[in-house]
Design a protein around this ligand. Structure first.
Ligand code: GCB
Length: 603
């Protein structure tokens, strides 16, 4: 009986969550944190029997209990501590060769020491877990999160204790038709805890998020900076002081009864304290302090304006051509998911060598290190959510999932000066349901951030007599019309010179993908698929074709480097890599690199 009531109490604890998922903490890197990165034990659970019993019901004896035999006769058929470990952050596919193709459930566990602090809350933060994550702390269920590329966090104050604590995750990266992305996509479905994990100590009332940006209109020689802040609670009367020492700015604002506040700071008109605007040539960042209750949150913020006017994109009021390249969040050398500043620096330095001032981070929000490193290097960013190909347009759940990913992408990066475009989709098939879904997403993006441009990668559907016309009902919702086209690869080999392009919208145009595959080191005639010469010729033809597009404001060729994809199976050539990189996976330059570089030099 006693045993039964114990079990009942445990079950209640496990099922009734004492934790709460809370809105994402912005600028987590600048907060007081304890890192939970490092070695985590893992158990591969092909049938999810660590979660479901033999009648497919959630089991009270799940692995989240982290049970140990107490008596010699006890039967416990798993042991985290004797199970292998892998590094977090990191995908599981490239850390254990048996898991290269694995899609399914894996349990992960880490112990950590903690000392509870008076009058502080403990927030458990995950940079990203792909795709479905259930989280337990000390055997108690903290919550579940869907979506592999955005941060989420739980308030676990009532679950952690002094001394040893344990966090356990059940992660599942199975693909589903109603998920975002859906069942099919052209990149590797890297599973696991792919970004940082940390415990964040915050005050009971803390700054949840803020936006600090330059207003477009100068006032004479002065500029205005708008700062808005939101607390985690609807607490009125909290004083928040913003200082930007280099600009000699300091101003205080008091929160309203929604726990929000906004103020405008005006820079001095003296030349000495004039604001330097962020740009690729001068990626100036200012040290910013946000103080409340004696605590300071710091950030490095750049100030610039971005707008679309007719067919032009204006950065700081001046027309700019976006010399871009697409990239996936993948380390070179078959290394799996990229997730630190060093990876970012390697990839972005290749883009810089190519002459880029812009990158399209395809096809999902990349890690924060990538965005911040690009910002320091003066590289503008297109950031996208994985609404890719055949999404379940009619599903309300799918919409909510996509909207949540969009919200979290914007919440994390809205203070990054280099992010200039939020992209809501890639190559989606036209239908009324799609239009409703994407229309809602675009409107939602504007409610989250009214200061940036919105776009999506559209498709040009077919050409007759070499006449291409872009037609997409979504044109009304975007600021920049972008489209992918594969003349010379999937269609119309050698026809590039005959093509004409009509984009009947008075908006800037970005060609968000074009290109073709080549195996580094494979040489031959220019009509021989997979040779570097074929790819080189394709770019020569494409670039002169693109030069004829009216209002062309930028290009992002597909793609910086070869990347893993389960769809690319041709032996000896692809071997599970998409070969459209202008760099090989090892960072070797293919001939096409020099063609694009030269073209960008002329822009
Ligand atoms: C596309 C997709 C991209 C693919 C690429 C290709 O249109 O947007 O994700 O990888 O084509 O290589 O076919």
């Amino acid at each position: 009986m006693k045993k039964l009531s114990c079990l009942f109490a445990f079950l209640l604890l496990a099922l009734i969550s004492k934790a709460q998922e809370v809105p994402q903490l912005a600028n987590v890197m600048a907060r007081q944190t304890i890192s939970l990165n490092g070695d985590w034990n893992y158990i591969v659970d092909i049938q999810e029997h660590g979660y479901y019993d033999y009648r497919m019901k959630p089991s009270s004896w799940g692995f989240f209990r982290n049970a140990k035999p107490r008596k010699p006769e006890d039967l416990i058929e798993y042991d985290f501590d004797k199970s292998p470990t892998m590094k977090v952050p990191g995908d599981w596919n490239t850390q254990d060769e048996k898991l290269l193709y694995y899609e399914g459930a894996i349990w992960m566990k880490r112990d950590f020491e903690y000392l509870k602090k008076d009058n502080k809350r403990a927030i458990l933060y995950f940079g990203a877990v792909n795709y479905d994550a259930r989280v337990w702390v000390n055997g108690q269920f903290a919550g579940r999160h869907l979506g592999g590329f955005t941060p989420f966090n739980f308030d676990v104050t009532d679950m952690v204790k002094d001394g040893k604590n344990t966090v356990i995750l059940l992660i599942n990266n199975k693909r589903h038709a109603e998920a975002v992305p859906t069942q099919i996509f052209d990149w590797w479905n890297y599973g696991g805890i792919t970004r940082d994990v940390m415990l964040v100590d915050v005050d009971p009332i803390y700054i949840e998020n803020y936006i600090c940006h330059l207003l477009p209109q100068p006032i004479g020689k002065k500029r205005q900076i708008e700062f808005s802040v939101k607390l985690n609670k609807a607490e009125a009367g909290k004083e928040i002081t913003l200082t930007i020492p280099e600009l000699k700015l300091k101003q205080t604002v008091t929160t309203n009864d929604e726990g929000k506040a906004t103020m405008i700071l005006t820079t001095s008109s003296s030349k000495k304290n004039a604001i330097q605007l962020w740009s690729p040539e001068n990626p100036k960042l200012y040290h910013v302090n946000i103080c409340m209750d004696g605590q300071t949150l710091t950030d490095e913020i750049g100030f610039r304006t971005i707008e679309a006017k007719g067919k032009q994109i204006l950065l700081n009021g001046n027309p700019i051509f976006l010399k871009g390249i697409c990239l996936h969040e993948e380390k070179p050398n078959g290394g799996g998911r990229a997730n630190n500043t060093e990876d970012a620096r390697t990839l972005l330095s290749w883009a810089k060598e190519l002459g880029c001032n812009f990158v399209r981070l395809a096809h999902y929000p990349h890690n924060e290190y990538m965005i911040r490193e690009a910002e320091r290097l003066g590289i503008m960013v297109w950031s996208e959510i994985p609404v890719y190909w055949t999404i379940a347009w009619e599903s309300e759940e799918t919409y909510k999932n996509a909207e949540r990913q969009l919200t979290d992408m914007i919440a994390r990066d809205k203070n990054r000066a280099n992010v200039i475009i939020w992209s809501i989709a890639n190559e989606t098939p036209h239908s009324p349901q799609r239009d409703i879904f994407l229309g809602k997403l675009a409107q939602h993006a504007r409610t989250q951030d009214s200061t940036r441009l919105i776009s999506m990668a559209m498709e040009v559907t077919g050409a007759s007599n070499y006449k291409n016309r872009l037609q997409d009902n979504m044109h009304k919702f975007v600021d920049v019309v972008s489209f992918n086209q594969y003349v010379g690869w999937y269609r119309d080999v050698n026809d590039a010179s005959k093509m004409t392009w009509e984009i009947p919208y008075d908006k800037p145009v970005i060609v968000s993908e074009f290109g073709g595959g080549a195996k580094y080191g494979l040489h031959g005639p220019k009509n021989q698929r997979w040779t570097e010469e074929f790819q080189e010729n394709l770019y020569i033809e494409n670039l002169s074709m693109l030069d004829k597009i009216e209002g062309l404001s930028g290009t992002t060729p597909w793609i910086l480097k070869d990347f893993r994809s389960p769809r690319r199976v041709l032996p000896g050539v692809q071997d599970f890599y998409n070969m459209k990189g202008i760099f090989s996976d090892k960072g070797e330059k293919k001939k096409a690199f020099w063609i694009i570089k030269k073209w960008y030099e002329s822009k």
